[in-house]
Design a protein around this ligand. Structure first.
Ligand code: ZN
Ligand code: ZN
Length: 199
């Protein structure tokens, strides 16, 4: 069931408050990759000006992914401010007209599945394709479970958010410094090092 289809008869001179939470998959267009968002909430207000209708509000939810630092599952909340303008174009379909990216025809030739059929000959606004688009565009490339994620221990693999494994990090880094590496090379080629210092 998709509740993102709004009859314009609801939008009077005082506007129309709108709030709805739905499973994102209910508005996923066919043949598109899934987005790892459970439910998405849309809240805002419709206003009418002559024959056009504006929706101002926000789209919120959370992406579910894997933290790139500690590999635990991570929820990354999002909140996108939106402003969509709809105008009647033909028949009983209203279409958004004022966006810079005019790729919205795709959605009309591929109607969202499970869209509830409006009453016959009723003018409606379908928010579903625009909600879907915003959620896809806002998806992050990488996930981090939180700003304080400590990651995993490079030695034993323990998730340091949950346990302190006890590996001695200072000893480890000291060991690396004492190790051959660049300092050993410099000792082997003192001329090279002095040349470098002159530059
Ligand atoms: Zn993490
Ligand atoms: Zn460790």
């Amino acid at each position: 069931m998709n509740n993102l289809t709004i009859p314009i008869s609801c939008i009077g001179g005082d506007g129309y408050e709108f709030e709805e939470c739905i499973p994102l998959e209910s508005i996923q267009p066919p043949d598109t990759p899934a987005v790892t968002v459970g439910s998405v909430c849309i809240s805002g207000r419709f206003t009418k000006f002559r024959e056009s209708y504006t929706f101002r509000g926000r789209v919120t939810g959370a992406y579910h992914g894997t933290c790139c630092q500690c590999l635990a599952s991570a929820d990354v909340p999002f909140c996108v401010q939106v402003r969509w303008i709809f105008e009647k174009i033909s028949g009983n379909v209203l279409k958004e007209i004022s966006r810079s990216q005019e790729e919205t025809d795709f959605f009309y030739s591929h109607p969202a599945k499970n869209a509830s059929a409006p009453a016959a000959q009723e003018d409606v606004i379908c928010l579903a394709p625009y909600v879907w688009e915003e959620v896809v565009f806002a998806e992050p490339y990488t996930y981090v479970c939180g700003p304080d994620c400590k990651g995993v221990c490079g030695r034993c693999g323990t998730n340091l958010n949950h346990n302190d494994c006890g590996c001695d990090k200072e000893k480890e880094s000291q060991h690396l410094n004492d190790n051959q590496g660049l300092s050993a090379l410099a000792k082997m080629f003192p001329e090279l090092q002095s040349d470098k210092n002159k530059e």
